[in-house]
Design a protein around this ligand. Structure first.
Ligand code: TYM
Length: 347
């Protein structure tokens, strides 16, 4: 195993990766570069579980007629991107009851004040927090349960999930100390990439690329074909100046920073190298190169995704097998957790 991937704070726990993506419509380039692309590489370093988190998806209203298809779509994206179902465990959150059950136990450990500080809830609820589901407020506790149900030590996520990971660490620590079970739950470490951990909206470099943005031009969906990818990137907002010759300039040019970041992540080079290659040129020279690169890297994934989506039985078999393997890990951990709490039947 790679030295840098050892969990220094929880050396007694064997390294294990857990991460998830919600089956909400419009899986996009940010989900791919910030999370899924990194799942693909980390699976070769450590035992890994990749979940389709449908319990999280229903914290916001979902169409019951579409939820199952959206769930298969995320599984298809995992497979198309290169997650190997023989090696990694791919499964659906609601098919392993330990997630919901552990979330309840951890609800009684987490503190209201901790959740009240979560910025994602504030962003999603805006002025309407009174009308939001209790589930949306509790979202980060369920996320902690996802991770701790497997005693996962490493969690690859985009930058927006950092605060939720900190909360998961606080909950783990509090459980261990409340129940005098030193080191029972590990301190899960976020794995956040140096590049592409926050891909921005193509029309507004100050907003995150998001599944829920009404403007189709704001994001590249993983299901977009070559023509759509190319069109969206060529129409992406830029400014009137030539390409920068120094990365320091990017701070004041968020849209340009984002496009250079996307190029760097897709080409697997640094932003510095991109800046050096295109310094002083116009966007008329850069954008077609970026579009070609994106089509080259993404269209094989969308083609594979379409193939998987055309064969739902194959996806379902993989998910069923994944759920069995996931339960085998989570159920004994859940039982140990209940024993520590002192429930009847465990005494
Ligand atoms: P979701 O579906 O909202 O996002 C899935 C992953 O994509 C990352 N991401 C981005 N990365 C870069 N740029 C963006 N614009 C961008 N938008 C999204 C997210 O950070 C995430 O890694 N709460 C999680 C799902 C989850 C989870 C977990 C993750 C539930 N339980 C346990 C890890 C461990 C989420 O944000 O899903």
């Amino acid at each position: 195993m790679n030295e840098t991937l050892a969990n220094k704070e929880s050396p007694q726990h064997s390294p294990r990766v857990f991460s998830g993506v919600q089956p909400t419509a419009n899986i996009h380039l940010g989900n791919y570069l910030g999370a899924i692309k990194r799942f693909v590489s980390v699976q070769h370093e450590m035992e890994s579980l990749f979940c389709v988190v449908d319990l999280h998806a229903i914290t916001m209203p979902q169409d019951p007629k579409k939820l199952a298809a959206q769930t298969r779509e995320i599984a298809a994206a995992y497979l198309a991107a290169g997650i190997d179902p023989e090696k990694s465990i791919i499964f659906v959150q609601s098919s392993v009851s330990a997630h919901a059950e552990l979330a309840w136990l951890l609800n009684c450990v987490a503190r209201m004040g901790w959740l009240e500080r979560m910025t994602q809830f504030k962003d999603k609820s805006g002025e309407n927090s009174e009308r939001m589901s209790v589930g949306l407020f509790d979202y980060p506790v369920l996320m902690a349960a996802d991770i701790l149900a497997y005693k996962a030590t490493h969690v690859p996520v985009g930058d927006d999930q950092k605060q939720h990971l900190e909360l998961a660490r606080d909950i783990a620590q509090r459980f261990n100390s409340d129940f005098k079970a030193k080191g029972f739950f590990p301190q899960p470490e976020p794995l956040i990439g140096a590049e592409a951990s926050r891909i921005m909206n193509l029309q507004d470099g100050t907003k995150k690329m998001s599944k829920s943005d009404a403007a189709e031009n704001s994001r590249i969906n993983l299901t977009d074909d070559a023509e759509q990818i190319s069109k969206k990137l060529k129409r992406a907002k830029t400014d009137l100046f030539p390409m920068p010759d120094d990365v320091a300039e990017l701070k004041a040019r968020p849209e340009v920073d984002n496009l250079i970041g996307i190029y760097a992540a897709l080409a697997e080079i640094t932003k510095e190298a991109v800046v050096k290659e295109f310094a002083g040129l116009g966007f008329g020279a850069f954008k077609p190169k970026l579009a070609d690169l994106a089509v080259d890297k993404l269209s094989p994934i969308s083609a594979e995704m379409r193939k998987f989506m055309a064969d739902p039985t194959q996806i379902d078999k993989i998910l069923e097998k994944g759920a069995i393997r996931a339960r085998e890990i989570a159920m004994p951990i859940l039982q140990e957790t209940k024993n520590l709490i002192g429930f009847w039947g465990a005494d």
